[in-house]
Structure formats: structure tokens, C-alpha cells
Design a binder for this molecule. Structure first.
Ligand SMILES: *[C@@H]1O[C@H](CO)[C@@H](O)[C@H](O)[C@H]1NC(C)=O
Ligand SMILES: *[C@@H]1O[C@H](CO)[C@@H](O)[C@H](O)[C@H]1NC(C)=O
Length: 368
């Protein structure tokens, strides 16, 4: 682990090439948040979903550096655990969709069938690979209609490496890690010290100095939102850290992985009033806030209004530029979609695959 740390620091120093940066400057200058441009807090947050993954393979150093360059307020990631207990940034519990694992003959016998969140799946699962093995894989773009030229070039990164990217950025950039599939991870990965996935996740954040309530002085230096679809994990972690948490909310047909609650239960007034003791906001799928009809927006639900009346933020996911993701109301124009969600619906943060587009929209409309 220490070796990965050092390598990442060196790599990040090489990559953090601001033209006016002094290469001899000691690293602590790059880490001193008081000397950096602060996080903007006057407009909805630009949350770079899996980095700038509209352009580069998701959750890689390159995708995160691009997102920072393009104006992200937060870089977003998904945390999973390896067979040997390391925390990594990776979205799927299986490796098939975004790595070259299927082509690697040495791992041919590693294919398994598991139940994940009440669904049976067959593939190569991250929990059956050590960190060293995962580092030997190369990642690729998830969608065939996005740029394929970076396939095979980049590696999976660790939670530590991801945090260092944010800490070494030339302005204050927040992190927004998701504790991914905690039920599945705790079933398959055991730590020698008897700790759970949630413990390891929070310990990593504390190790790098992430702490403090939303908008506290310390939070503004190292902004963090912890996110999860599992309410019991968020409640558990709230006993270990006071960092702000976001409850993710899935499609209306999906029950929570841990408490087996329906969408309607967890978005009820009484549940929101309960979970508000543990979270500062919710992260719903945008099509559940405004269910589309024949790819046109239907009438908006009152979820945003109800959440706001309880002082809960709303950070919907996921905004994507491509035509196939844009409802017809927006005339194939992603800027119109941002205008609608920011100005009409009034959300507090947006998970986007195209941080650069959201940033430009917010800059243009700030001048107007
Ligand atoms: C796997 O190998 C095939 C055949 O060489 C190649 O076309 C494909 O791009 C490879 N896939 C990955 C993800 O590397
Ligand atoms: C979850 O709740 C649904 C609806 O009440 C029920 O049908 C299902 O059996 C429950 N699943 C588990 C694993 O408890």
C-alpha cells in the first residue's frame, strides 16, 4: 500500500503541470487549501460523475484530472474492495464491461456466478482479484458511442490514489465517493482485523484528514460528500464521522439492498424526516423526479419540494450530453436540460458525465 502511495504522489506531481508551478516547491504547498482557489458554494455543485467519463474511461486518474481541468467542484467515484481488502475506484462489481479481463487467459478460470442485490450474474468479479492482479488489467470506455482511443491505456486506481488527485489539485476540489454494494462486499471480502467495508471506507477518509460538518471551516478545505444506496450503511458510518452524507435513491422498481424498502417508502415524508438526522441530502435518479412519457418530460413529482422543505439537498443523476439520453423537450441540447433542472426545478448539485458542458453553462449564465 505504501508503495502505491509513493508512486501516486510522484505520478501526480508529474501530472499537475501548471505552467507557473515551481517544480522545486515542497508538496505541502500543493496541499495547503488556504492558498488555493476555494470551492464555489453559491451555485449548484458540478459533480464529475466517474470523472470526465464522457471523454475518457471512467474512474481513471486521467478522467479525474480532465474533470478538474474542466471545472468540477467534486470528483465522484464508486468504492469497491479487492480480494485482499484494498479499496478501489470501480463502478461494477464485475470487470467485464470496462476492462480487458475477458482477453486475459491467466484469469480464464476466475469467472464466477454470484447473487448481487437479488440478481444473479456471471462474470469476473473484483472480489476474486487481488489489487496486484487488478492493477495488471487495462480499462476501456463503457459505451461504444464514446471515444475508444484510450482503451487499453489506463489502470484501475485505489481509493488512496483518487483522494491524492483531489488533494493535489491546484484549487480546492471536493471528493464524492460512493460506498458501493456494501452487502455484497461484506459477504465476499473479510479483513484480518475483523472490520467491515464501512469501517475501512471511513478510516481511509479520516487518514487523509476528511472530517467536519457540511460547510464547516474544515469541510471547506477538504470538501466531501459520502454517498450510498444503503441507508443502514450511512447510519452506521454516521457513528464514525460527521462528514455530510447523501442517500442515493434508485429507480421506483428497485428496493434498497440492505433494508429492502421500496422507492415509495424511502421518499415518503416520514422517512425523509427520519433519514435527515443522518444525511444532508438525497441523490435520486432524475427520471424518478420527473418521470418521462414517450421520451418527453411528464409532470414533475413533488420530491424536490418535499426534500427542500426538510432542508435536504437534492443532487440528481446522471446528466449526459448524448442525444439518446436527452428527452425530446430539450431539442437535443444539453444546455437546455441544465437550464431546466437548475432554473426550473432548482436542484443543488448535478452528477454529470460531461463536467465541461455543465461548467460552461454555469459560467455563461453567471455573466448574464
Ligand atoms: C480483446 O481481444 C480482441 C481480439 O484481439 C480485440 O479485438 C479486443 O479489442 C480486445 N478487448 C479488449 C477489451 O482489450
Ligand atoms: C422484500 O420485500 C418484498 C415486499 O414486501 C418481499 O416480497 C420480499 O420477499 C422481501 N425480500 C426479502 C429478501 O426480505
Amino acid at each position: 500500500m505504501a508503495a502505491f502511495w509513493l508512486i501516486s504522489i510522484v505520478v501526480l506531481l508529474l501530472f499537475s503541470g501548471e505552467s507557473d508551478a515551481n517544480p522545486a516547491a515542497p508538496p505541502q504547498n500543493q496541499l495547503d487549501a488556504t492558498k488555493k482557489k476555494p470551492l464555489q458554494t453559491f451555485r449548484p455543485y458540478n459533480i464529475a460523475h466517474r470523472g470526465s467519463n464522457g471523454e475518457l474511461p471512467e474512474e481513471t486518474t486521467e478522467a479525474y484530472l480532465r474533470a478538474i481541468e474542466e471545472g468540477a467542484d467534486f470528483i465522484e467515484t464508486d468504492i469497491l474492495a479487492t480480494k485482499d481488502g484494498h479499496l478501489i475506484c470501480f463502478h461494477d462489481v464485475f470487470l467485464d464491461a470496462t476492462t480487458d479481463v475477458a482477453n486475459r487467459t491467466e484469469f480464464a478460470d476466475r469467472k464466477r456466478t454470484y447473487e448481487v442485490e437479488r440478481q444473479i450474474g456471471t462474470g469476473w468479479f473484483v472480489v476474486d482479484f487481488t489489487l496486484r492482479e487488478l492493477k495488471s488489467l487495462r480499462v476501456k470506455q463503457r459505451y461504444s458511442f464514446r471515444d475508444q482511443q484510450y482503451n487499453g491505456k489506463y489502470q484501475i486506481i485505489t481509493f488512496d490514489e483518487y483522494i491524492l488527485i483531489a488533494l493535489y489539485a491546484n484549487r480546492v476540489v471536493g471528493i464524492y465517493p460512493e460506498l458501493k454494494n456494501p452487502i455484497f462486499i461484506n459477504q465476499h471480502v473479510k479483513w484480518s482485523d475483523g472490520k467491515k467495508f464501512e469501517d475501512k471506507f471511513v478510516e481511509t477518509l479520516l487518514k487523509y484528514g476528511y472530517k467536519g460538518e457540511y460547510m464547516s471551516e474544515h469541510w471547506l478545505k477538504q470538501p466531501l460528500f459520502i454517498q450510498s444506496f444503503a441507508p443502514s450503511s450511512l447510519i452506521y458510518m454516521s457513528h464514525m464521522t460527521n462528514s455530510p452524507k447523501i442517500l442515493l435513491i434508485d429507480d421506483t422498481t428497485v428496493r434498497t439492498q440492505d433494508t429492502n424498502q421500496s422507492y415509495y417508502e424511502i421518499t415518503s415524508d416520514s422517512y425523509l424526516a427520519f433519514i435527515r438526522k443522518y444525511v444532508v441530502g438525497i441523490g435520486p435518479w432524475k427520471d424518478t423526479i420527473i418521470p418521462p412519457i414517450n421520451n418527453y418530460l411528464g409532470p414533475p413529482t413533488d420530491l424536490v419540494e418535499r426534500a427542500h422543505s426538510l432542508n435536504l439537498q437534492v443532487h440528481p443523476y446522471t446528466f449526459r450530453n448524448e442525444n439518446l439520453f436527452l428527452h425530446f423537450d430539450f431539442h437535443q441540447d444539453p444546455y437546455l436540460e441544465y437550464e431546466y433542472w437548475i432554473d426550473e426545478i432548482g436542484v443543488d448539485g448535478l452528477f454529470t458525465d460531461f463536467t465541461g458542458s455543465l461548467h460552461r453553462f454555469q459560467e455563461w449564465t453567471a455573466i448574464a
